[in-house]
Design a protein around this ligand. Structure first.
Ligand SMILES: [Zn+2]
Length: 148
């Protein structure tokens, strides 16, 4: 099964769910997040903020703002399981960004590619950085959930 076949319907479901309610449905597991960050080899601190779905293109976002910490936004309306899976995804982008001088440089490198592919298209799921991020969502089940 391709990553698109596996995750596209799920992402659609999550998005619909997040538009339905803006109520905060998940709670971060700070210790588990720290462990996950260490497991992925992150050197910078991670801050996760629940936000209104309207602020996001999808249901989560790694902020390539060039700041000293990794800022991740997750939709408030996600289920705990979805928030956890999504966080493993965004932490992977944080790890990828650490391979660059700054997260801004990371964004510069991939901006054009992102603008060229519409979210949800086959191309999006085939971007190497997205492939890795979707594959790492499996850590939710093998390493552990990051939200409850
Ligand atoms: Zn991604």
């Amino acid at each position: 099964m391709s990553l698109r076949d596996k995750w596209c319907p799920t992402l659609d479901e999550w998005t619909t769910e997040c538009w339905r309610s803006n109520e905060l449905r998940w709670k971060l597991k700070p210790k588990a997040v720290k462990k996950a960050a260490a497991f992925l080899g992150l050197t910078k601190e991670v801050e996760v903020q629940p936000v209104d779905k309207r602020w996001l293109d999808g249901v989560g976002c790694y902020c390539c703002d060039g700041g000293p910490i990794h800022r991740i936004l997750l939709a408030r309306g996600l289920s705990p399981e979805a928030a956890s899976l999504c966080l493993w995804h965004e932490l992977t982008h944080a790890k990828q960004a650490e391979g660059f001088v700054s997260s801004l440089e990371f964004w510069e490198k991939f901006r054009d590619t992102y603008n060229a592919v519409a979210g949800g298209s086959e191309d999006y799921f085939n971007l190497p950085i997205e492939k890795e991020a979707f594959e790492n969502m499996d850590y939710h089940w093998t390493i552990g959930p990051l939200a409850k």
